[in-house]
Design a binder for this molecule. Structure first.
Ligand SMILES: Nc1ncnc2c1ncn2[C@@H]1O[C@H](COP(=O)(O)OP(=O)(O)OP(=O)(O)O)[C@@H](O)[C@H]1O
Ligand SMILES: [Mg+2]
Length: 601
């Protein structure tokens, strides 16, 4: 498992592998028609511009010496026409390509996001979220530009180069050879600088990714930062990371600023050579002024496509690295996935709900990390409609047991059966849509309170939402808020108290009407009074569904049909509250200790 932090650069596992480009072709195939059209338009634009020097030569060598004004006007008109046509063609091309490139972004992002949502929790525990974000946002942007414009430009620049050479040769072969003699010098210069540039830009991208990772972590952890008064230390780390970005950037730019002066020098030398050869060495009178001007104008154009090809090549190398990271994310194994022959689980609410929702653990063993078993050979049966409490010390495996019922992880061995169906053989969607899970940390999404309650049942009416909220005692505080159910709660529900968040997620769960209910420390942040009031709603919620309740506050679970005491990877004792008290075992100890605490408080 790769645990890359903001402190280290991401390392490329297989740099410059063109097979990524091949794989990316699925995203461009469907735009092939538009891309070819864009290419033709661009080609036409380029070719029209190449007539300009020829028109100029005609003007200089024929129309002006002959004082033929009609012809001169005609040539000016032609020149203007060539420019105009070229502008129109290139604008059209840009419009088409913006669309294509945005479509590619849309498709790749859609695919990554869909995949990210399926990835196991472990994936998110293992890497900085900022680095995941930068892949979905920045890398995809950059890559889509290469896949759309980059590919077209390669073809165009090569054609452009060929056409410039052809046009140049048509005008004058000897002078063209003078221009071509400059190519080796350019090649050597480019080869040197491009290599430097590529390394420098890769470093920029790595440093940015690190900065992003640190920034993201700090935004999420801002509260903790302030609690521990770590602002100064963090600012120092940030300054350091930011400084590295700056340094990397400056270095990359300093190479880039060398490029044009280098090219210009070669270009000026070549043009000087054209005049030298044209006017002196090839003999006076052999070359017309128009020819020399035309050739030197082609020569000025000649470097552009070579330069552009160099840039494109560089971009390709960088973007193929990005592609690698994008595909790596897409290939990240979805550990928990539907079996090939998975069938939908039958509807547990169908018919008489009372007879549905039996949960059986059949010799279940499970470990998060190989060799460290968290559950060992656990077996139990929960009958339809029963409420089961799981108690036990911290880290005992209570949350693990309930997360296995939703199949968030695969078992090492054993089976879990719901109404006789092995949950590893049914589709995840059909399984999870029948489960209602509430955790201690009730996640609130951005949007209104009503949106949040509606999260699990999108077609719920306003009445249903109000009904659910009232049942769980959330109606009162919601109606006291400024806009009631339409109050915007902002990301993560920053407007709400922890207990209010829990009440909202109770309403959300109730509304989704799950057949099996899991409450993992779901009432821990609700005050005792509200909890008492909630108890009625809670009882209504437990009615007719199998439920698992985990609570450290034992008052919540006394009424449960069965209590299981979990410790050391297994069930230590099980029974009703009374039975367990009579047993005077682990539960008895826990209970009496809590009662004493309450009494002394
Ligand atoms: N994602 C994970 N990766 C690796 N180990 C984990 C993971 N989640 C839990 N564990 C380990 O599994 C064991 C059981 O954890 P679990 O969360 O089920 O405990 P719990 O009984 O719910 O405790 P608590 O009462 O504190 O919520 C712990 O030792 C914990 O360190
Ligand atoms: Mg837990």
């Amino acid at each position: 498992m790769r645990r890359n932090t903001y402190k280290e650069d991401e390392i490329l596992e297989e740099p410059f592998d063109f097979k990524h480009l091949l794989r990316a072709s699925v995203y461009i195939k469907k735009h092939a028609g538009k891309m070819i059209l864009a290419m033709v338009l661009s080609g036409l634009g380029g070719i029209t511009m190449l007539f300009a020097p020829m028109i100029m030569r005609r003007a200089l060598d024929v129309a002006i010496p002959e004082k033929n004004t009609t012809q001169l006007y005609l040539l000016v008109l032609l020149l203007f026409g060539a420019y105009l046509a070229s502008v129109i063609f290139t604008t059209l091309r840009s419009r088409i390509m913006v669309k294509v490139s945005q479509n590619i972004i849309y498709d790749i992002r859609g695919d990554i996001f869909r995949h990210l949502q399926k990835l196991p929790f472990q994936y998110y525990d293992d890497r900085p979220h900022g680095k995941i974000l930068i892949r979905v946002v920045n890398y995809v942007n950059s890559v889509s530009d290469m896949l759309s414009n980059g590919l077209i430009n390669v073809v165009l620049e090569i054609l452009n180069l060929i056409f410039i050479v052809i046009f140049m040769l048509l005008v004058d072969i000897k002078l063209s050879l003078v221009v071509l003699a400059g190519v080796p010098f350019l090649m050597i210069f480019m080869f040197w600088i491009k290599q430097k540039q590529r390394k420098a830009w890769q470093s920029v991208s790595n440093k940015n990714s690190n900065l992003n990772a640190y920034l993201q972590e700090n935004i999420v952890g801002a509260r903790i930062t302030q609690i521990f008064a770590r602002e100064d230390e963090n600012a120092e780390i940030f300054r350091e990371l930011s400084g590295r970005c700056q340094k990397a950037w400056m270095k990359a730019v300093s190479y880039s600023t060398l490029v044009w002066p280098g090219i210009d020098t070669i270009s000026v030398l070549v043009r000087a050579a054209i005049f030298l050869f044209g006017l002196i060495i090839f003999g006076q009178g052999n070359e017309s002024l128009g020819t020399i001007v035309a050739i030197s104008s082609y020569a000025a154009r000649f470097w552009q496509p070579i330069m552009n090809l160099g840039n494109i090549f560089n971009n390709f190398i960088n973007n193929i690295a990005y592609l690698e990271r994008i595909f790596e994310t897409m290939d990240e194994p979805v550990i928990v996935t539907d079996a090939e022959d998975a069938v939908p689980m039958k509807d547990l609410r169908e018919g008489n709900a009372k007879d549905h929702g039996q949960v059986v653990f059949d010799h279940v063993s499970f470990s998060y990390e190989k060799g460290k078993e968290v559950l060992h050979d656990v077996s139990f049966t929960v009958n339809p409609g029963e409420s089961i409490a799981l108690v036990g010390p911290t880290g005992a495996g209570k949350s693990t047991i309930v997360s296995l019922i939703s199949r968030f992880y695969n078992l090492d061995s054993g089976r879990i059966l719901i109404d006789g169906q092995d949950i590893s053989k049914v589709t995840l969607e059909s399984l999870r849509s029948q489960m209602g899970i509430m955790l201690q940390d009730s996640f609130i999404f951005s949007g209104t309170i009503a949106d949040n309650i509606r999260y699990g049942k999108l077609d719920a009416t306003d009445e249903e939402i109000r009904g659910a909220a009232d049942t769980v005692c959330a109606g009162e505080f919601i109606s006291r808020m400024k806009n009631g159910y339409d109050t915007e709660v902002k990301e993560r529900g920053s407007l709400l108290s922890q207990g209010q968040k829990q009440l909202i997620s109770f309403a959300r769960t109730l509304l989704s009407d799950p057949a099996i209910l899991v409450l993992d420390e779901a009432t821990s942040s609700i005050d005792v009074q509200t909890e008492k009031a909630l108890q009625k709603g809670l009882n209504a919620m437990l009615q007719g569904r199998t439920s698992f309740i985990i609570a450290h506050r034992l008052s919540t679970i006394i009424g449960c049909d069965k209590i299981m005491y979990i410790d050391n990877g297994g069930i230590v004792e099980a029974g009703t509250h009374e039975e367990l008290l009579a047993k005077k075992g682990a539960y008895y100890k826990l209970y009496t200790a809590q009662m004493e605490d309450l009494a002394s408080a």
